[in-house]
Design a protein around this ligand. Sequence first.
Ligand SMILES: [Zn+2]
Length: 115
Amino acid sequence: MDDFISRAAAIKEIMEDAGCDFCGLKIAGCCLSCSAGKKIIRIRQMPAADVRPVVRGQWEPCPILDDARDKFYKCSVCRVVTSVPHGQNIIERKPFCNCGANMNQREERKKECAE
Ligand SMILES: [Zn+2]
């Protein structure tokens, strides 16, 4: 799977490494007097990926709504209430809310630790 980074952050990093703020030839953000300018132009020409930030949420228990058959939970992002039968794990049954929030934060932590 591809990793996605910020174009502006990558350009800022290249400019800091090359010392562009101290270069007398800097014009409109970069110049072509060293390899930094060429790298910046290539990064600016790269196609943008169609991505959006991951929204993370949690299923908050709503014990006052529980009945004999179901346990109820509220999305911490959109506040919509959902339910699962007693004895079932809410995160396993509904790892994403209908609003798109990712509720499975343990999986994300596992991935981060594995890297
Ligand atoms: Zn939601």
